[in-house]
Design a protein around this ligand. Sequence first.
Ligand code: FMN
Length: 188
Amino acid sequence: MTQRVPVTSNVDPSILGEKLNFQTSNRLAENRFLKAALTEKLLTYDKNNLKFSGIPNQRLINLYSKWAHGGFGVILTGNVIVDPNHLEAPGNAIIDKSIDSEERRSAFKKLAYTMKSGGSLAIVQLNHAGRQTQKSINEHPYSASDVPLDTFKFAKNNKMMSIMSFMAQLRLLKKILFNWCLITGYFC
Ligand SMILES: Cc1cc2nc3c(=O)[nH]c(=O)nc-3n(C[C@H](O)[C@H](O)[C@H](O)COP(=O)(O)O)c2cc1C
């Protein structure tokens, strides 16, 4: 059973309500609350039609609109996958040059705009699922390691993941208006 960390003295939480200046980017968060990354899996996924898969839709916008008005200093997206063959799950958002389109760019812009609409800073979490790619997505995923995850859901990974897929997406993202980007490699 989970044990609570014992609290020995009272702690003043008021600092959480104070502004936080990020010096390198010169951005100011209104407070120190951050909406954590929570994979949404709300988008269309069709293996045979990747061009129309993983485009932010109205359900995702509605969700982020609620969070945008929830008083967070910073809002982080869930997984936004940089390679359509390495999703963490069907329904992930995808941004990749091979399936780039005006429709996808404007949907991501709308998402970024929505996230910032209540005054929060917006961070997009770029991810490559590596060895956590589900078998249903890809039987032979790439990963930085060839040690597989020991569960039935994940495929046996091959060793060979490059940061190039991240770099290409960063160039695309410059045109979309998130404040920052967080780069993640799941169980790489
Ligand atoms: C439903 C769910 C979805 C999550 N999705 C992501 C995700 O997309 N990206 C990520 O880095 N972490 C993800 N996480 C991890 C959380 O962001 C968080 O780091 C983790 O739950 C630990 O925080 P906690 O101790 O407050 O629960 C997820 C966690 C949960 C419970």
